[in-house]
Design a protein around this ligand. Structure first.
Ligand code: AMP
Length: 255
């Protein structure tokens, strides 16, 4: 596996290239995306970039977990060809001021104004830099998938997204780099989120049922979200200082 730190250092595609965009601190969820890419692409590029433009000023950019050496080992084991680790200076040089402004509303878009503008901008840059035929994302960030599908369609980017299921710990907590922030007691509390979503998914009114099942956890939102042909029950909640999101499919299939 090659580690490439500059845009110029990336070789042009020679065959079907798959891209897995990440912010590092890899867990099995990230690895499942890399394996899926490995299974259907000639070349697998994983980008590792903690994208500053998708964090708001009061969020966790500065303390976001970083461990490049461990990440490189996991990526290599998963059969990744290139780990692309650009610097913030290269991604956002002096004078950078062109943005992909997306029309997202509700859920994360309302809770984190500007978040999807940062996500869409960095992903379009990564798509242009890496040149993948396929890009791999997790259902865990379902609204991100919805936004990126529209960006790809609206800007005629001509690549395909693959969406893979959310991997969870045995007790049901969705794997997330942010779980590293949780104390053991907070982790116990956090379980209310997946449990509430799971118990509410087939209720007549899943939003009300999930709210009632949250066991004292105060949600930022609980909403139904349409992504492609699927309806998802999606929620965000803060456990201590840690913000967690999760979702389950209520109807249809997230292809
Ligand atoms: P991140 O590094 O958090 O930006 O995530 C990189 C990619 O991994 C995104 O497409 C996420 O949706 C995906 N991902 C994050 N958590 C999980 C999970 N538990 N299962 C599957 N994919 C995930």
């Amino acid at each position: 596996m090659r580690i490439v730190r500059s845009i110029d250092g990336l070789p042009p595609p020679s065959g079907r290239r798959g891209l897995v965009p990440t912010m590092g601190a890899f867990h099995e969820g990230h690895v499942s995306l890399m394996r899926a890419a490995r299974a259907e692409c000639d070349e697998v590029v994983v980008s590792l970039f903690v994208n500053p433009t998708q964090f708001r000023a009061n969020e966790d950019l500065d303390r976001y977990p970083r461990d490049e050496e461990r990440d490189a080992g996991l990526a290599e084991e998963a059969g990744v060809d290139v780990l692309f680790v650009p610097s913030a200076e290269e991604m956002y040089p002096d004078g950078f001021d062109t943005w992909v402004d997306v029309g997202a509303s509700g859920g994360e878009a309302r809770a984190r104004p500007g978040h999807f503008r940062g996500v869409a901008t960095v992903c379009v840059k990564l798509f242009n830099i890496v040149g993948p035929e396929l890009a791999y994302f997790g259902q865990k960030d379902a609204q991100q998938v919805d936004v990126l599908r529209r960006v790809i369609r609206d800007l005629n980017l001509g690549l395909h997204l693959r969406v893979l299921p959310t991997l969870r710990d045995e007790d049901g907590l969705a794997l997330s780099s942010r779980n590293a922030y949780l104390s053991p007691a907070e982790r116990e509390q956090a379980l209310a989120l997946p449990r509430a979503l799971e118990s509410a998914r087939s209720a007549d009114d899943p939003v009300t049922a999930a709210r009632a099942a949250l066991n004292g956890l105060e949600p930022e939102y609980v909403e139904l979200l349409r992504v492609g042909d699927a309806t998802l029950l999606t929620a965000a909640a803060r456990v201590g200082a840690t913000r967690l999101i999760d979702n389950v499919v209520v109807e249809g299939e997230l292809a």
